[in-house]
Design a protein around this ligand. Structure first.
Ligand SMILES: Cc1ncc(COP(=O)(O)O)c(C=O)c1O
Length: 396
């Protein structure tokens, strides 16, 4: 495994000169090759015309499928480019057919938009949503999951790493259960892809959604869907257009055979190229090296925060990732975020409505999310913790 050259990587990241960025779970700072690839394509569109530029850049856009498939260990034909993780997830979810009384199994930490789609589907069809308990560490209890499996379970859909904390759900164990009982399995890896190794074959998921702007360091408004070859043919996308299907007869059409049946014809080509370069950048650095560095820094940050009187760490799970969440006694997350922002330190806030089942149960209205990437440093962690201390002192 290659060692990451942090100085070089920071030089490659213009944002590092301006901000102390602990909001990588919101949107990470893009590296120069990604920024240049997007700008170059926009220039090409301006000088040659959008369709003509797309034709010139065809090889580059096709590379996106190779890079994404390499990242998660699947075939390029199993990848679709979408505008974000939500739409990628939706294309998979709304492809599934449910009838009254069918059941969907999910986890406590499920992301709001996914759960809203479950509710939407429940109102439309009468499908039953069942939330599997957490185990003692706060992650999905796989024994409870298996105990709740029956013939009427038509989907298992969970979030790998939640938006509101550092826990990592045992995606592979869930996959083992889903595969054993032949239940389609939809995994939301929005927060985990680019942060840690993801191998769809080892996990055993049928669908996976991902976003570009977070740990992959790609542009906003980009994402992708993985759909396992065998499930593609069984899935009827909720929407189709002339890219997803061919109008072969006045009253008939044929769907594409690959995952691109979930795409639309019109795409943000500059964004797609930017995402492609971002994934190649990740692949070149090596996801294992990235993951080791993130774990090291996040563990350090948690240790340092633990030493600050008045700070309460909020992360659950037996294995934790680069998302570090905390609250401060009698201080609102908004106050903390604002104070940190006055020192050019970026964090975000997770509100209860982003993950109601989890945060309401824990009686946490909101928390501060400080999310680490490999280009962050020990020095930044020290500055961050000193600033939190200063805030607590000044506001006491
Ligand atoms: C766990 C999780 N799933 C899905 C999403 C939605 O991703 P996107 O905004 O790319 O649609 C987010 C966004 O923060 C998320 O944290």
């Amino acid at each position: 495994m290659t060692q990451l050259n942090i100085n070089k990587l920071r030089k490659d990241t213009p944002g590092c000169q301006h901000v102390l960025h602990f909001n990588n779970a919101g949107a990470a700072l893009p590296p120069i090759p990604v920024i240049n690839a997007i700008k170059n394509h926009l220039d090409l569109e301006a000088s040659r015309g959008g369709y003509e530029a797309a034709k010139i850049a065809l090889q580059q856009t096709e590379k996106f499928y190779d890079a994404a498939s390499k990242l998660i260990n699947c075939a390029p034909e199993e990848i679709a480019f979408l505008e974000n993780a939500t739409r990628a997830w939706d294309m998979a979810f709304y492809s599934c057919e449910f009838k009254r009384g069918d059941r969907i199994l999910t986890s406590v930490c499920e992301y709001a938009s996914n759960y809203l789609a479950f509710l939407h589907m429940a109102k439309r069809t009468g499908v039953i949503i069942e939330v599997i308990n957490n185990d003692h560490a706060g992650q999905i209890d796989v024994e409870h999951l298996e105990a709740r499996v029956s013939d009427d379970v038509k989907l298992i859909a969970i979030t790998h790493v939640p938006t509101q904390g550092g826990l990592i759900n045992p995606a592979e164990k869930v996959g083992g259960i889903a595969n054993k009982h032949h239940i389609p399995y939809l995994l939301d890896t929005t927060q985990s892809v680019g942060q840690m190794p993801i191998d769809v074959k080892a996990i055993g998921c049928d669908f996976l959604c991902a976003t570009g702007r977070k740990y992959l360091r790609g542009p906003r408004g980009t994402g992708f869907l993985y759909a396992r070859k065998e499930i593609i043919e069984r899935c009827n996308p909720p929407f189709i257009d002339l890219h997803a299907a061919t109008w072969v007869d006045d009253n008939d059409y044929t769907l594409r055979c690959d995952a691109r049946r979930f795409e639309t014809w019109e795409q943000n080509i500059a964004g797609k190229i930017g995402l492609s370069v971002a994934i190649q950048y990740t692949n070149d650095l090596g996801i294992l090296a990235i993951w080791q560095r993130i774990q090291y820094l996040a563990t350090l940050l948690r240790q340092e925060l633990l030493n600050i009187h008045g700070v309460e760490l909020q992360d659950l799970g037996s294995h934790k990732c680069g998302i570090v969440t905390f609250t401060c006694l009698n201080k609102s997350p908004a106050e903390i975020q604002q104070y940190l922002a006055s020192y050019n330190i970026n964090v975000s806030i997770s509100f209860q409505e982003y993950a109601r089942l989890d945060l309401a149960k824990r009686n946490v209205p909101a928390l501060v999310r400080a999310s680490i990437h490999y280009y962050n440093t020990e020095e930044e962690i020290n500055i961050f913790c000193d600033t939190v201390k200063k805030f607590l002192k000044e506001s006491s």
